[in-house]
Design a protein around this ligand. Structure first.
Ligand code: SF4
Ligand code: MG
Length: 330
């Protein structure tokens, strides 16, 4: 399907008291209409920062886009003013977060919150019509007793119901892109599965592209069409989910996949990839993964590999010297 979002050479810098830190470096990937891209990596890898950049919600200061573009249906979001970006959010881009309580207004009934969101982006609509649309969204996300939930305050709802209300709100204006940042981390396992199924059903029914930010490779294998693996602010591998799970190339991706627990063989995550993501102010020279990489050589400690297509396949890119004969040839 066609390209909806084209992130090209995006760099984000944090301006701190102690100097400039590279939060995201030369990040490039595309998302296609109606497909799910999972952005994965350990905490601190830059995945939430990537989402905030796309949504125009980077904390300014200290974070700032210092290079590259974020084209949504041709419009470069990185060039929009805050007001223009506000109009885009909600109408073109829906968002759901880990903890819906932080994004829901605690003193406004659920139905009214959805209605207000609809009215912001459809000022010509009358309140009754917006109420009907809000109720329709509550039904669409599979909430039992929709009229009751419509009249409820957020604290009267369970965590799973609140997340459904968030999804209803995010999708009410039919955005072309839905960004989900760890949407199920705060929920228990059965509810997690239901919310993920709901997101996937909405994608299929509404044709929304879904960016799913997660550290859970089990969720990735269930949901994703494409996967972007990030490490220390760098994209290290980008390909289809089926390719990543059968033919991972970057040593970090291999470690992540090995960390998925299976029924009879629970692999300890720390065993799979020893060490931690480096702090941004302690990024090593060369490949940021080299202190943890079992294959690291001299070139890895000296130069940072750029992202390159694997065997000329633009649908599988990897940033690792191992796949560059000029650097790795015996
Ligand atoms: Fe390991 Fe070197 Fe590849 Fe980095 S570039 S992942 S250190 S082999
Ligand atoms: Mg995060």
């Amino acid at each position: 399907s066609e390209v909806l979002l084209d992130v090209d050479d995006l760099s984000v810098t944090l301006f701190t008291e102690d100097g400039e830190l590279p939060a995201i470096r030369s990040l490039s990937f595309v998302m296609r209409t109606g497909e799910t891209l999972a952005v994965v990596g350990e905490s601190g890898c830059g995945k939430s920062m990537t989402a905030l950049s796309i949504m125009g919600l980077l904390p300014q200061p200290p974070a700032k886009i210092v290079g590259g573009s974020i084209r949504l249906e041709g419009t470069d979001l990185a060039q929009l003013s805050r007001d223009e970006m506000r109009a885009y959010r909600g109408s073109k881009i829906g968002m759901i977060f880990q903890e819906p309580m932080t994004s829901l207004n605690p003193v406004m009934r659920a139905g009214r919150q959805i209605r207000e969101g609809i009215l912001v982006h459809n000022p010509q609509m009358d309140k009754k019509e917006a109420d009907e649309r809000a109720l329709e969204m509550i039904r669409l996300v599979g909430i039992p007793a929709p009229e009751k939930v419509f009249r409820s305050y957020p604290h009267e709802l369970s965590g799973g119901m609140r997340q459904r209300v968030m999804i209803a709100m995010a999708l009410a204006c039919q955005p072309s892109l839905l960004i989900c940042d760890e949407p199920t981390t705060a929920l228990d396992v059965t509810i997690q599965a239901q919310i993920l199924q709901l997101i996937d059903r909405m994608r299929a029914e509404l044709g929304t592209a879904v960016m799913l930010i997660t550290h859970d490779m089990g969720v990735v294998s269930e949901m994703a069409d494409w996967v972007a693996v990030m490490y220390a602010g760098h994209l290290v591998e980008y390909t289809t989910a089926s390719e990543l799970f059968t033919n991972p190339k970057h040593p970090y991706s291999i470690g992540l996949i090995n960390s998925i627990p299976s029924m009879d063989d629970v692999v300890d995550k720390l065993f799979a990839i020893p060490g931690n993501v480096p702090m941004l102010d302690e990024l090593p020279h060369g490949c940021p993964f080299h202190p943890r990489c079992p294959y690291a050589r001299d070139v890895c400690r000296q130069e940072c590999p750029s992202v390159a297509a694997l065997d000329g396949d633009e649908n599988h890119t990897v940033a690792c010297w191992m796949f560059d004969q000029t650097k790795w040839g015996e």
